[in-house]
Design a protein around this ligand. Sequence first.
Ligand code: GTP
Ligand code: MG
Length: 196
Amino acid sequence: MNLNFHLVEFERSYGRPEQLPESDLPEIVFSGRSNVGKSSLINAIFRNRGLARVSGTPGKTATINFFRLADLRFVDLPGYGYAKVSKTEKARWKNLMRSYYESGREIALVCQLVDMRHPPTADDLAMIGFFIEEEFPFLIVLTKSDKLNQRQRRERMAALLNEVPYADEVTMIPCSTETGEGLETIRDIIREIAQP
Ligand code: GTP
Ligand code: MG
């Protein structure tokens, strides 16, 4: 399908689970720890720097944000695993995320972001385990690939085969918002989902 990525529009932010509307479109959701690059990736896919808010300070996205393009919805989630927010705030995010996944939505794809420089965290693996259990279609986006040299990249790719469950069946896409690596691959996957 010929999707015009420039036509994406911000829909709404949700800070409380009970605000989440019923799912009426297939959703592509971006999941990952705080600061891994979810909002940056969304901006890069749509070539729009002002779409999702980005920050060097983890915990930037504190609400669930919906974006819409054609008959698809894109979902920017708050990151998990950030130590420096209060317990109350952490509990709120967790509750918000749980409600998101448990509200019977049509999840067309989860893009699980993992920092390419490091092994997946325990939280990353818990999320991946959850997606496998729930049979959500997911892929792994390895972010910040520009920060690795060739040797480091080979080492991480090899290690991930042991770190990720069912790794040989999981699509893993090295990606960088700096070099543009991986972005067109992700756009192609989105185009395929948008196929009527
Ligand atoms: P939360 O909203 O806190 O959950 O974080 P997030 O996952 O949305 O991360 P965000 O997109 O705000 O990016 C965090 C930081 O990582 C910012 O300083 C970005 O500029 C940087 N960053 C994101 N992607 C890349 C990348 O591909 N390469 C490099 N070098 N930096 C990146
Ligand atoms: Mg964010």
